[in-house]
Structure formats: C-alpha cells, structure tokens
Design a protein around this ligand. Structure first.
Ligand SMILES: *Cc1c(COP(=O)(O)O)cnc(C)c1O
Length: 376
C-alpha cells in the first residue's frame, strides 16, 4: 500500500524560479517595476494582445467589471458552480451576481437558462471556463451581443486552452486569468486582464495603483508620480517584481506543463471511462489544458465516504465547487438551479498537478475503481 501522499494540487517550482526571486531580492526593488513590465510583455506576446498584471485573479475580475462601468444595482449573469471569487468580484463593485444554471455536460453556463434571467438591469455576463473548457463560446457571445451585454471571461482555469485553434485570451471582450499557486502557471499569487479595449486597459492599469493616473508608466522606469490627479476609485492591486519574476520563469515552462496536464487528463479518461456510476468531464484534451479533473458521482455513491476511502489510501480530493447561490451572502433573490444543485453535491476532483507520474495517476484510478466496487 502506498504511503506517499498524492496531493490534489500543488505548485511546481524549479531552480529557475528560485534564482529569479533571489535576483529581485538582490536588486532591492520589490514592488512594481521592470519584472512586471517584462512579464506583461511576455504575456502580451503569448496572447497576441495587451495585458495588465494584478495581484490576483479576483482583483483582475473586480477591475475588469469596474472598467466596464459595472456598478451599484447592475446585474451580472454568472454560473453558480464556480470559485466564490467570481461572485465576490461582482459584489465588490456593488453589482448583483445573478446565479445561472449550467449545462450538465460541459458544466459551463447554460445560456438558454441565462436568457430567462435577463432584466433591464442586466449589464454583463461573466463566463467561467470551468476546468479549462469554454463550452459553446460562439453561441454565448452571440447571445450576449444580441442583448448588448459586456462579457468578462473568468479564464482562471483556462490558461493555455484553445477554442477553434485560437488561444483563450487571444480574442473575446475582457479576459481574466489567475496565477495563484495551483493554477496552470503561477506567479505566487497574481492575475492578469487581457483585452483589445484601450479604454479598459487604461482604466485597469490606473485602478490597480489607487487610481493615480499613468503611474504604471513611471514605475516601469523605476520612478513614481509625485504630482498627479485622481479621477476614479482605485485599489492597491498591482503585481510585485517578486511575483512577476516567478511568472516569467513559469511561462517559459508552460509548454511542458500543458503537455503534462493534457496527458494526465487523457490517462484518467482512458482508465475511468468504462465506470458506470461516474461521469467524466466532457473535454477534448487536445484543446483544453485542464486546471482540475472533476468526476460526477451518481446518486448511489456517498461522496464523503469516497473521499475518506481515497484519503485513507493517501489520495487527496477536492470539491469544485459548492453552488454559490446556496451561500448565505448570495442566496437572496436567487431561484433554484437543479443542475448546479445536483453537481454541487456529487462532484469530486481527483489529483491533478504537473509533478504526478503516470503511475500516480494509475494508482488514483485503480484505487477509485476498487473503492467503487466495495460500494456495491
Ligand atoms: C482561482 C480562481 C479565481 C481567482 O483567482 P485568485 O488568483 O485565486 O484570486 C477566480 N475564478 C476561478 C474559477 C478560479 O479558479
């Protein structure tokens, strides 16, 4: 029996990241400066359009909404099954998250349900690229455009994924990524906003530095603005050089990371596809670079029991996610969402990170199979 702990997720840090951080510490310029500028340039090359780096993915979503003039009393459509960050970013602006149901296969927003939630206050739709897959993005953009909605993509799971041969982030209205410790690449904590909209770019770039106009440009050359005007609400949301130094090295490793994640997910698919009482994510891993690998249990399996069984064998599992419309803070005026509620109770994520070996994945799959046999 394996004594090794198989973690649900973790960062993968090499000497390169460690040395890059030491370099920043040696130069004694820790805040936002040359490294952040360079990381932004590298990201902009990766996406083929401009990006602005911030302190985390939640801040990216908050600033993106604010820059699209979403505020008090506005309504934003969002799928209930997402990290609570998506919801909190919306309420941070004073807007109201309107929880929508998901499609049972893709586990991404069901726009036909979202259409029923439209009111005169609906201003935007936040799309969550759950696991890294984007769902029927074309149809969703058509739906949003038809109703004049801004589209904020929460692409925290989807760094490196493609849709119709185009990288997520290289197109679309305003796209937000997270670089927290366990995402497809990390900068420690961190995030970025990618868009073609020059007005949004300028607004988020000022708002991350307390609304001090054009302070970003000064800091990139090691200076600061001493005399300036402030015209709008800003936040202390910029990225630091320490974070960017990690991000620059991680981006260089991304092609290796993406192959690894896709290979592991394909292996899980192969090992688990014959099991009758679980459903697997509906992703094509030639396109999707998965952040997580969740399975959906059918009604015969007690999730808590299964988590304990796997835990006893050294396998960590997770729940991505509880339905947000059931949280006390968000449940006001939300309707019942049958698919989200069922998924919320029956979803379970298996370990997925780039330091797992092929035999680790097989061990997880075999242990899962054995446990499910015991269940009968
Ligand atoms: C990680 C994540 C975020 C927020 O990113 P942070 O960097 O942790 O603030 C937002 N949405 C989803 C779906 C996420 O997984």
């Amino acid at each position: 029996m394996s004594k090794k702990l198989i973690r649900l997720s973790k960062s993968s840090i090499s000497e390169a990241e460690k040395n890059a951080v030491l370099g920043v510490l040696d130069r004694e310029y820790l805040g936002m400066g040359a490294e952040v500028k360079k990381f932004e340039e590298n990201l902009s090359n990766f996406f083929g359009r401009s990006s602005v780096c911030v302190v985390n993915g939640t801040a990216a979503l908050h600033l993106a909404l604010q820059a699209c003039d979403i505020g008090i009393g506005d309504e934003v459509l969002v799928q209930s099954i997402t990290y609570v960050a998506s919801f909190q970013a919306i309420t941070a602006t004073g807007a109201i998250p309107i929880a929508c149901d998901i499609h049972p296969k893709s586990l991404t927003l069901d726009w036909r349900h979202a259409e029923k939630c439209l009111t005169s206050k609906t201003k935007a739709i936040m799309l969550v690229h759950y696991t890294g897959g984007v769902g029927p993005l074309h149809e969703i953009y058509e739906f949003a455009n038809k109703h004049g909605l801004r589209i904020i993509e929460d692409a925290a799971h989807a760094f490196g994924s493609t849709y119709k041969n185009k990288r997520v982030g290289s197109f679309g209205d305003v796209v937000c990524f997270s670089f927290d410790g366990i995402k497809n690449i990390t900068s420690g904590e961190g995030g970025c906003i990618v868009t073609d909209d020059l007005d949004v770019l300028q607004k988020v770039s000022d708002a991350r530095l307390l609304g001090v106009e054009k302070d970003s440009d000064r800091r990139y050359v090691g200076e600061r603005s001493w005399e300036f005007d402030v015209k709008s609400q800003g936040w202390r949301y910029h990225m630091s050089n320490i974070m960017a130094a990690i991000g620059i090295e991680q981006l260089k490793r991304f092609s290796a990371f993406s192959v690894k994640r896709q290979t592991m997910a394909k292996q899980y698919d192969l090992e688990l596809k014959s099991l009758k009482n679980i459903k697997l994510p509906d992703n094509d891993y030639n396109e999707v670079v998965p952040h997580i690998y969740p399975i959906v249990l059918d009604g015969t399996i007690d999730r808590k029991w299964l988590q304990d069984e796997l835990g006893k064998r050294g396998i960590q599992t997770g729940i991505h996610y509880q339905a947000n419309h059931e949280h006390s803070y968000f449940k006001l005026n939300s309707r019942s969402l049958p698919v989200s509620e069922r998924i919320s109770r029956n979803i379970l994520s298996l370990p997925l990170h780039t330091d797992l070996s092929e035999s680790d994945v097989r061990y997880v799959a075999d242990t899962l199979k054995e446990s499910l046999q015991k269940n009968i």
